[in-house]
Design a protein around this ligand. Structure first.
Ligand SMILES: NC(=O)c1ccc[n+]([C@@H]2O[C@H](COP(=O)([O-])OP(=O)(O)OC[C@H]3O[C@@H](n4cnc5c(N)ncnc54)[C@H](O)[C@@H]3O)[C@@H](O)[C@H]2O)c1
Length: 280
């Protein structure tokens, strides 16, 4: 998609981090916005930063709930009649060894990071196919969707799921000759609110990994040291969409680690630990 002015962007996780920066930058390009998050105060803060005159709706959405995303799609089409750019971006993270990971950790993170994207695709892609105008879906995965760093198993499983889901979506839309592009965003560490995801944890899924905090602290340090900003990631993402790129890797340096992983597979080697954000 080249010319975004006047088109409609839908952004989940728009109350903070990448989602907020995507909102600001798509608005600056003249797009109309449907902004969703479970954090209503954060959404209002994003709206307050938008350029004057931006047409925007906001909706409280828990992406883990299919009915919430369906309601977002209904509201978007009722207001704007189309959706051209969908960012399935909301996400959360937990840390800690797999064997002490709780079932609540698994349910929370997979429901938000993976099923949230599934719900976005199920509610929006059929409408995009019917609207008769080109569209593009950007799913936020992570470098953790291409690599397997220790101490992040739940997060990695969710993000590897988003990468393969996005690849499958691309193939299926191509086979259908649909005018819908797909990109998968795979950043490494960037200072945002992701290291403080516990603020988004539902009280009925509160049983957290007892060894998670030591790992989470190491991850927070790596995030704080991230060289790119959320604004950089949003800019690179929009450049990628306009260039029709599928894999969007804002940190090009992770390609060396991805190559090592694939060499491990092709050469029958033990997996190399390429990302050492762990306390040991
Ligand atoms: N920051 C990084 O280092 C990094 C790296 C790779 C990938 N990511 C991914 O980027 C995406 C955006 O995260 P961020 O870094 O901007 O973090 P962030 O915490 O600043 O923003 C995440 C947003 O998602 C929202 N959210 C969380 N759970 C939700 C739910 N159930 N329903 C609706 N909204 C929900 C939060 O309220 C928040 O506004 C996530 O998918 C994250 O996994 C982040």
């Amino acid at each position: 998609m080249q010319d975004l002015a006047g088109k409609v962007a839908v952004i989940t996780g728009a109350a903070s981090g990448f989602g907020r920066e995507l909102a600001l930058q798509t608005a600056a390009l003249g797009m109309k916005l449907a902004l969703a998050d479970r954090d209503e105060a954060g959404l209002a803060a994003t709206v307050a930063l938008l350029p004057a005159g931006t047409e925007a709706i906001t909706q409280k959405v828990d992406v883990a709930k299919p009915d919430d995303i369906e309601a977002l799609a209904e509201a978007t089409y009722a207001r704007f009649g189309a959706a051209h750019l969908l960012f399935n971006n909301a996400g959360v993270a937990v840390a800690g060894p797999i064997w002490t990971t709780t079932l609540d950790d698994w349910k929370w993170v997979l429901d938000v990071n993976l099923m949230g994207v599934v719900h976005g695709i199920r509610s929006f892609v059929p409408r995009m196919l019917a609207q008769g105008q080109p569209a593009h879906v950007v799913n936020t995965a992570s470098a953790a969707g291409l690599l397997s760093p220790p101490g992040s198993s739940v997060y990695c499983v969710s993000k590897h799921g988003v990468v393969t889901l996005s690849e499958c979506l691309h193939h299926e839309l191509q086979l259908d000759k649909a005018a819908i592009g797909v990109s998968v965003l795979c950043p490494a560490f960037v200072p945002t609110g992701i290291g403080h995801s516990e603020r988004n944890r539902p009280s009925d899924l509160a049983d957290a990994n007892p060894l998670g905090e030591a790992y989470a602290e190491a991850v927070r340090k790596a995030i704080a040291a991230g060289k790119l900003t959320a604004a950089d990631v949003a800019r690179i993402t929009l450049e990628g969409v306009r260039a029709g790129r599928f894999y969007i890797l804002p940190h090009q340096a992770i390609k060396a680690a991805v190559e090592i992983r694939f060499r491990d597979i092709l050469d029958d080697r033990l997996p190399t630990n390429t990302l050492r954000a762990s306390p040991r």
